[in-house]
Design a protein around this ligand. Sequence first.
Ligand SMILES: Nc1ncnc2c1ncn2[C@@H]1O[C@H](COP(=O)(O)OP(=O)(O)O)[C@@H](O)[C@H]1O
Ligand SMILES: [Mg+2]
Length: 338
Amino acid sequence: MPVEEFDTNEPHIILGRVLSSIPEYSAKLYKSALFRHILITGTTGSGKSYTASKIADRLSRDLKIPVVIIDWHGEYQKLLPYHTTLNPREFPLQLFTGEPDDLSILTSIFELTPPQEYILEKILKRKDFVKLKTIDGLLETIEIFPEESTWFRESKLSLHRKLSVLSREEYSDLFKFYEPTNVTFNKLFLELDKPLLIDVSKIIDLSIKKLYASLLVKRIVNYATKNLKQLAVIIEEAQNYLSKQNPIKPICEMLREIRKFNIGLIVVAQSISQLVEDVMANTNTKIIHAIKSKQDLEVIEKAVYMEHSLLSLIPYLEVGEAVYSTISLKKPILIRIE
Ligand SMILES: Nc1ncnc2c1ncn2[C@@H]1O[C@H](COP(=O)(O)OP(=O)(O)O)[C@@H](O)[C@H]1O
Ligand SMILES: [Mg+2]
């Protein structure tokens, strides 16, 4: 039964094989679907990262699309035979660019209260801000910040405490304080003929890891909208950026807004019910591996129309099997990633 609507000459990659189809045929992911974002979900061990690595490999090889992977657990070296790696320590990120998003990212990650955010915002807006030069300079400025009222003191102290992790020796080479240039980005993207792995797994402190990874996604996408024709970004363990409880707003906005550009986000997450609704709403293609949780299944049921017989298979899918929903298909189908 032909379920594809697309002209098969359109650029695409093969994901694997469609199950229980006679004759057998391949499951395809079209380039146009990539740029409308992809969600890969399923319980731990269901095959998400394996699937993402196959997509990365084929986008790069077959379609020559630059691919960046934010490797949360440091597992892609093994998954991808063909890649380039980048050590975060050799690629320090600019903490403040003057954009309001920087403050928004810091506020989410360090869970700043409104007064703490207010103080930081005031400091960031100062004309002589650039002169602070280092994290220590920023921390000192917080310390001596004039106390406008009594609640200030407590807020200043806790803001100082929260941000002081940034000044730890072991993290000092992850961030540049203020340096308005993207020379390094140009170098990074000069020859992206292989998927680029950025392994953040060795950053121990969770806030610092989230901060580095979020700024990285943000800066890469910003750079790409201006300088690249196309790009795919794989965001592993997306609950760290897009959780309902503490979402990083600029990353949520990115899902909504970057459709105009040829930038495809591939969001990999185990528990969809714990993510902001933007993820379901703004990823056109869904690759759903085995899900055991009722809450997660309910989210899928609400968001993706499929026959009950298919839905009821999701808890029992084997590793590497998935329900696949994408624009080129009339209805979701069962596939095996190969
Ligand atoms: N399509 C597949 N074919 C063969 N092996 C697979 C497939 N998908 C996953 N695996 C294997 O199953 C294990 C778990 O997969 P992984 O992608 O790490 O799961 P997840 O990211 O969902 O936790 C890995 O050892 C992986 O190599
Ligand atoms: Mg994984």
